[in-house]
Design a protein around this ligand. Sequence first.
Ligand SMILES: NC(=O)C1=CN([C@@H]2O[C@H](COP(=O)(O)OP(=O)(O)OC[C@H]3O[C@@H](n4cnc5c(N)ncnc54)[C@H](OP(=O)(O)O)[C@@H]3O)[C@@H](O)[C@H]2O)C=CC1
Ligand SMILES: O=C(O)[C@@H]1CCC=N1
Length: 276
Amino acid sequence: MTRIAFIGGGNMARSLIGGLLATGLAPADIRVADPLAETRERLGRDFGVATWAENRLAVADADVIVLAVKPQAMPKVHGELRMALQGQRPLLISIAAGVRLDQLERWLGALPIVRCMPNTPALIGAGATGLCANHRVSAAQRAQAQHIMDAVGLTRWIDDEALMDTVTALSGSGPAYFFALVEALEEAAVAQGLPRETARALAAQTCLGAGRMLEETGEAPAELRRRVTSPNGTTQAALESFAADGLPRMTARAVAAATRRGAELAAALDNNGNPA
Ligand SMILES: NC(=O)C1=CN([C@@H]2O[C@H](COP(=O)(O)OP(=O)(O)OC[C@H]3O[C@@H](n4cnc5c(N)ncnc54)[C@H](OP(=O)(O)O)[C@@H]3O)[C@@H](O)[C@H]2O)C=CC1
Ligand SMILES: O=C(O)[C@@H]1CCC=N1
């Protein structure tokens, strides 16, 4: 039995808790700390997990602690946890964007730490998570972290921590890019006269269908794209328009901006955990 304590009960904690419970983990093995009474009540109601207002109470006797707060909340959290964790040696899992392993060690002590970058589809078991461990993480703890993240979707270990900001920019933020594309497709179709509900349903199902084809056929995206694109047909007209408007360059710039932002979030915390 693994007791997992979540620090922060927001969007990502909800996604992970929902996914873990769906795989059979007992609600009694999950505890959550969040400052907001309303958030705690909702977690208790929706998932049947125990909640606390104080972080130190939630982490007592936890085997795994998941830090699920915004990077900006880290200074407060590490101040509260450092004392509480004296004499305890849990596995720490941080999902905070940008925050580096060396920073977490400096703030929380020489603990085994896995830095993860999941995404919100974890809520429906379709998450994608990159994981990166410090040298204190044992093989058993590595398996433990992977087990938790496997419960909510696909996992990949990232050996070079510097690439975790890239993972964040790709799959951490990525669901929002696809939602934005579905929104844009919906708007384009509505502008041409399609009823909104129909436009949204067709756009969303197309996104789902394309994703499932990638997964189920194992074909390269370029090959699947080629099969949709009849010579001189409608798809070719649209793809040429995308190319003329610089879709690959736009995408590369967006991913670079998100990657940079991850590093900035960490740099802002470098002053002993306090915002610079
Ligand atoms: N959202 C996403 O798609 C992803 C997010 N992440 C990372 O996950 C982390 C959480 O993001 P997300 O779930 O979206 O954020 P949320 O704001 O939804 O959740 C964070 C929660 O932590 C609570 N909190 C704030 N301060 C403390 C504290 N001192 N102790 C305990 N809890 C506290 C917040 O309460 P209150 O609201 O009252 O401040 C809030 O309920 C971030 O670091 C983010 O980078 C990673 C992958 C994907
Ligand atoms: O936008 C953010 O900073 C977080 C990290 C990845 C997804 N959401």
